[in-house]
Design a protein around this ligand. Structure first.
Ligand code: NAD
Ligand code: 89V
Length: 350
């Protein structure tokens, strides 16, 4: 049976797009072909085109007209996402867009309307749930190893210089919750289900930045479970395990711990064991980013399989809007110093 070949185009050839490009190339044997790359920075487009053997463009509309891709992967910053999704949806092209879905809640909802009205294949590239250790944790929970989940603590604290590769983060008025908290809040939903209400305290401890660099969130889930999500770009930790997330999840019959290096400790119904869910290095990944880099391959494979099977990816628009609503609720909770019920997106009735 010949493998169906999907023509992939990437818009945005900056820092993180290198991982998307390498991941799509790594799926060539599974039916992904990079046919075009686009960046408004002509030099970046040219470099990506040369490295990955694709036509290069500086205008997305021209790229679509000339290469007719099956799926477009948008890896630009969030301020351009809505406009680019309007373009791809107008051409009825399957679209993946990096997190955050958009910079404002209104633009996130507008994208929700566009995707629902056009019915295009759509997903957000939210890859933390596709990290190797996170997929194993989900398997353990799904297999009822600790039975009913009642509490979790999910922590991503680092002093790593995230601004070196992503200098724009220094000027973001909404910094860590929008950039990193979005991943952790997606994990909170992934492991404990939807959130009924949440409270949040933020801090700004680093100099020379505009937004908050730390946030501590307390969440009540619809199941009754409680979780704590704490994130910081200004942590004093040794060792610094960037970009790893450390997790403890308690259930009615046990406890799961994710420790540094993908080490998992399980206590289940009186039995205790350890597992190694460490992330393998690929021929294009390197420490310390290899954990999230490999998740790009895992998520892109999931997207490819979902597209071929004709159903949305797990990180489809409704899920993405629920996670984005938690981001918004966290900022509101911090501002109003009270617990907030997340907004629910409703498609705008025309
Ligand atoms: P970047 O600024 O390095 O790259 C973005 C590129 O998009 C730039 O080269 C820019 O010229 C180009 N661009 C902007 N508007 C364009 C347009 N209309 N058409 C074509 N090209 C355009 O940014 P980055 O650090 O690579 O981040 C990109 C996205 O990836 C952000 O949304 C960020 O939050 C996300 N990100 C995700 C992860 C993760 O998945 N774990 C990690 C880092 C960054
Ligand atoms: O993964 C990300 O979205 C990155 C960082 C780890 C710095 O939050 O932007």
């Amino acid at each position: 049976m010949p493998i169906e070949n999907i023509r992939i185009a990437i818009i945005g050839c900056g820092f993180y797009a290198q991982n998307h490009l390498n991941a799509w190339r790594g799926l060539a044997d599974e039916g992904a072909t990079i046919v075009a790359v686009c960046d408004i920075d002509a030099e970046k487009a040219k470099l990506a085109g040369a490295e990955f053997g694709a036509e290069c463009f500086t205008d997305a509309a021209q790229m679509i007209e000339e290469t007719n891709p099956d799926l477009i992967d948008i890896v630009t910053q969030s301020d351009s996402h809505k406009e680019l999704v309007e373009l791809t949806a107008r051409h009825n092209i399957a679209t993946i867009v990096q997190k955050p879905l958009a910079t404002t809640w209104d633009d996130c909802c507008a994208i929700g309307d566009i995707v629902t009205e056009t019915g295009i294949f759509f997903g957000v590239h939210e890859n933390f749930r596709f990290q190797a250790p996170m997929m194993r944790l989900k398997q353990l929970i799904t297999n009822d190893v600790i039975d009913e989940v009642s509490f979790a603590k999910i922590s991503f604290r680092t002093g790593f210089d995230v601004f070196a590769a992503q200098p724009y983060l220094r000027n973001e008025p909404k910094l860590i919750i929008q950039d990193l908290g979005i991943h952790i809040l997606d994990l909170v939903r992934f492991f404990l289900g939807e959130v009924a209400n949440l409270s949040c305290e933020t801090q700004k401890r680093l100099p020379d930045i505009v937004g908050e660099d730390s946030a501590t969130m307390l969440l009540r889930h619809e199941t009754g479970a409680v979780s704590i999500a704490d994130i910081s770009f200004s942590a004093k930790c040794s060792p610094d395990v960037f970009p790893e997330t450390l997790i403890e999840i308690e259930g009615s019959n046990g406890l799961i711990k994710l420790k540094s290096g993908g080490k998992i400790e399980v206590a289940s119904n009186g039995l205790n064991w350890h597992e190694d869910a460490s992330t393998p290095l690929l021929n294009w990944t390197e420490r310390p980013w290899h954990v999230t880099q490999e998740s790009v391959l895992n998520l892109n494979r999931h997207i490819l399989q979902a597209y071929k099977a004709g159903h949305p990816p797990d990180t489809e628009i409704n899920s993405a809007l629920k996670t984005q609503a938690l981001v918004n609720a966290a900022y509101r909770a911090a501002k109003e110093a009270r617990s907030i019920t997340p907004q629910i997106w409703q498609q705008k009735v025309k």
